[in-house]
Write a protein that binds this ligand. Structure first.
Ligand code: FES
Length: 147
């Protein structure tokens, strides 16, 4: 696929997650909730995780932000459900490497997350893309700290 076609495909994937966010909402029985904002713009995310036997069994989010941040939150929640906390933290590290243009392992099975790789060309948007992933990391650390 040409670079231009790939860019178009990635744009479509991002807009689909932005317009039809997966796992948007709250949980009744969450293990942990984290509220995090992007200090550069004030946009925020509220992330709810349910963790059972170290597996993330549910993840939902609400918040307000740009298309990159909200699409990223949708992709992040979709990709971590069913994963262990350790796997989710590794995915977050790989995601961070990807949006900085560095080598990284495959992050999610359906490949949607890769659509945000273009963020590496726009350093000002890296914080938008990583907001929900940082929230997920904090949620896991807080939950583990409470045990
Ligand atoms: Fe605020 Fe992207 S501009 S999170």
């Amino acid at each position: 696929m040409s670079g231009r076609k790939l860019d178009q495909l990635y744009r479509q994937v991002i807009m689909d997650h932005y317009k039809n966010p997966r796992n948007n909402g709250t949980l009744d029985d969450e293990s942990v909730t984290i509220d995090l904002n992007n200090p550069t713009c004030g946009d925020e995310i509220h992330l709810h995780l349910k963790v059972e036997n170290e597996i993330i069994t549910a993840a939902k989010f609400t918040g307000s932000g740009c298309s990159i941040s909200m699409a990223s939150a949708s992709m992040m929640t979709e990709s971590i459900i069913g994963k262990s906390e350790k796997e989710a933290l590794k995915m977050s590290r790989d995601f961070s490497e990807m949006v900085q243009g560095h080598e990284h392992d495959v992050i999610d099975e359906n490949g949607d997350v890769e659509a945000l790789s273009g963020v590496a060309k726009f350093p000002a948007r890296i914080k938008c893309a990583t907001l929900s992933w940082k929230a997920m990391e904090r949620a896991i650390f807080e939950f583990e700290g409470k045990k």
